[in-house]
Design a protein around this ligand. Structure first.
Ligand SMILES: [Zn+2]
Ligand SMILES: [Zn+2]
Length: 128
């Protein structure tokens, strides 16, 4: 593939030698695969497809698709986790705010009762 006579590098996937410019492996893609893919995968595939750099590598292609699948799974998992967190926040806040209101009301009534009691006691002391 490389016609230039320069320093060559071994591709760890297909075990062939390439120049610096072509050492990066890229997935072997057909026109069909690129243009029937859904975004954001499509732009990624198209970038590889148009790129002059790197070399098409059948060994890497397998790994590439596994990586893409893994990425998709990760995105899905993150989305679910984000949703879970949102739900937790919603319910968590509701519970804590309502219970704190109850606690605050209790405190206020107790303080008021104590104040009233002190006033009554004071009133009796001074009225005598
Ligand atoms: Zn080359
Ligand atoms: Zn290779």
């Amino acid at each position: 593939m490389c016609k230039k006579e320069t320093k060559v590098f071994l591709c760890k996937y297909c075990k062939r030698y390439f120049c610096k410019e072509h050492i990066d492996p890229k997935p072997v893609l057909t026109f069909q695969q690129v243009f029937t893919a859904k975004e954001p995968l499509r732009s990624k595939l198209e970038e590889f497809w148009r790129s002059e750099k790197g070399h098409p590598d059948y060994v890497y292609t397998q790994i590439f698709w596994e990586k893409m699948e893994e990425e998709e799974r990760t995105i899905m998992r993150k989305m679910w986790e984000a949703l879970d967190r949102l739900n937790e926040q919603k319910y968590g806040k509701k519970e804590s705010s309502s219970s704190s209101i109850i606690v605050r009301i209790d405190l206020v009534t107790i303080i008021l009762l104590i104040l009233i009691f002190i006033l009554i006691v004071l009133f009796f002391i001074f009225s005598h």
